[in-house]
Write a protein that binds this ligand. Sequence first.
Ligand SMILES: C[S@@+](CC[C@H](N)C(=O)[O-])C[C@H]1O[C@@H](n2cnc3c(N)ncnc32)[C@H](O)[C@@H]1O
Length: 242
Amino acid sequence: MMNTVTDPTAAQAFPKSDYKEYPKTLAADDLWGQVRRTIHGKPVSEEQIAMIVAAIRARLALARDDVLLDLACGNGALGSYLAGDCAAMFGVDYSDYLVGVAQQRFALPGRSEFMVQDAASYVESEPDPGRYTKVLCYGSFSFFPADDARRVLATLARRFTNVRRVLLGNLPDRDRAAGFYPPGKDYAAELDDPAAQIGIWRSAAQMRELAAATGWRLEIARMGDDFYAAKYRYDAILHRLA
Ligand SMILES: C[S@@+](CC[C@H](N)C(=O)[O-])C[C@H]1O[C@@H](n2cnc3c(N)ncnc32)[C@H](O)[C@@H]1O
């Protein structure tokens, strides 16, 4: 799909959690680079993307009549694989640039639409939350400040009353952080910093507590060993508490 390679100099000049300015330094067609879905600066393979898409479909039990909210959707590239699986999808992200890319490439009026807004303020202000049946937040939840993360989940439970499942995909597992950082690096201060390279690392136990406190039951799922981030990430499937 894309042959462009992320420029390592530009990549290092921006904090890894920056999705507003850094993507502007990349080629317009470097869609995976723009959302930092890269391995050693190169976009991940289509096989890896296919694994992610299959996992999302299964974990959300995505059905033709679902209306999907893609929270922190980035440039819409990942969501574009799911658009045909549901009745409609709506993407929200706080990066003007990435939403611009999504609008240019993937918008289809009434079926795939995108808007710029911060996740927490969006869920609190969406005028018609009842239209959604599923929520996806892939590779993004760890970048929400802790208070916002809690607000998002609590507001989804309270206002988005027809949503049965939320998938928080590709969360960094605090219990496995040691395997991610190079030996000898003192990474303790990074684990709770939403602006650090991976965002906030949460263990499955911490995630379970957060889910229960905000109105959700947690199910944990892990990718197979052939997934590039399987060693230190997991997926959280949230089911509405009865
Ligand atoms: C790694 S990218 C993932 C994008 C997309 N979900 C995907 O998987 O391709 C992380 C995204 O989170 C977005 N983001 C981070 N914090 C946000 C916030 N508070 N509100 C909305 N979007 C946010 C960034 O702009 C970026 O697009």
